[in-house]
Design a protein around this ligand. Sequence first.
Ligand code: ZN
Length: 182
Amino acid sequence: MLKTKDILDEKNKILRKVSKEVTFPMDKEDLKNIDLMVEYLTNSQIDALAEKYDLRPGMGMAAIQLGVPKRYLTIVHEVEEGTFDTYVIVNPKIVSNSLEKIYVEDGEGCLSVNREVDGIVPRYARVTVEGFDTEGNKISIRAREELAIAFQHEIDHLNGILFIDHIDKKNPFKDQDKYRAI
Ligand code: ZN
């Protein structure tokens, strides 16, 4: 079982690496990582378990956050209280996006950034992501709102980018009126 301390902190330079494409069949180690990531994300969003195991809540994780520079990520999206949709995607790419951009009003969060960071991170309101499942079958996912943000955030990780990089240092709320808050 993963613990919060297993997740790399923003100070760790490994997070800045560009992750490499995965080849199939996937390594056993990577499949194990995916199970651990999904388990962590799910448990972390269930209050009683988050408390019991001292987990910081999060809905997404990229392999690089465990120090593995490979292009796969997991998202566990709570669609209603206690009900989760789980996404696992390998070698993901955003193939189309809305013109409309949105941002998380309360500020985006990241399991690797253990502090409050104010500011606007503009994200597409809707994206289509293509990639592969763990067996190498092609998949396509359409995501909107919070889920769309999660995919963009996690795909950024695969390119060594953290959400804080998108925030204007001098004016964190720059162009706020151009985007819709969610
Ligand atoms: Zn993150």
